[in-house]
Unconditional design. Structure first.
Length: 217
């Protein structure tokens, strides 16, 4: 991963980026394309930093380990998984780019959902990336509201009399809800439900989601 500088951003979305490239390698491998990892340079807020520490504390309480030990272990595990792409390999929650901490936050959320780790507040209140959280809940079959065991729920309802095996599921807006909250969204309506629980709606069903819920294409 090479680090560069955004020199000019055009109105059409194209940009001029300045970066030092290994010339010999570029010429030898006839490099024509590169991947770009956007680094959000906005400063972290105290709230975002506290969210990460709160999730680390929940994992520490669940595992019986010290908070500092858990923080160090998870930062190293996070680094190990992204060793080929992580620009700032050793990072601090006090001064890391917002984009890096947001990804670390998603890493913690996935671990908590996978291991049914209890949190003092609903997990959705700890995250900035609600869409990623909603997707993780679908993958882990957890209710996006309360974290209980859940089924997939079509936001744009299929409707009575339609055969689910004959419906095009891919791309439809879905989220995972337990029976209680599945009933509630039908009772109070979509907009009121999303506003009440500070959710942004569902996410488009992809092939992974369809396989998990046995939805045919």
């Amino acid at each position: 991963m090479l680090k560069g500088t955004l020199v000019k951003l055009n109105e059409d979305g194209t940009a001029l980026i300045k970066a030092q490239l290994p010339l010999g390698q570029v010429l030898h491998h006839e490099v024509k394309e590169v991947y770009i990892d956007l680094i959000d340079s906005r400063p972290l807020s105290d709230k975002q930093r506290k969210m990460c520490y709160a999730m680390i504390k929940a994992i520490a309480d669940w595992s019986g380990s010290g908070t500092e030990d858990v923080k160090k272990a998870f930062k190293m595990e996070f680094w190990a998984e992204r060793v080929d792409t992580l620009a700032d390999k050793i990072f601090s929650l006090s001064n890391a780019p917002m984009s890096l901490v947001a990804e670390f936050q998603r890493f913690l959320v996935a671990f908590i959902l996978t291991n049914d780790i209890p949190t003092k507040r609903p997990l959705r209140e700890y995250v900035d990336d609600i869409e990623a959280y909603t997707y993780f809940c679908l993958v882990r079959r957890k209710c996006a509201v309360c974290g209980k065991r859940a089924d997939g729920h079509h936001i744009d309802a299929i409707g009575m009399g339609n055969n689910r095996d004959e419906v095009q599921h891919e791309g439809r807006e879905v989220m995972s809800l337990c029976r209680e909250h599945h009933t509630e969204i039908h009772t109070i309506g979509y907009n009121a439900f999303m506003q009440k629980y500070h959710l942004n709606g569902g996410v488009p069903a992809d092939k992974t989601i369809m396989k998990i819920y046995n939805w045919r294409k």
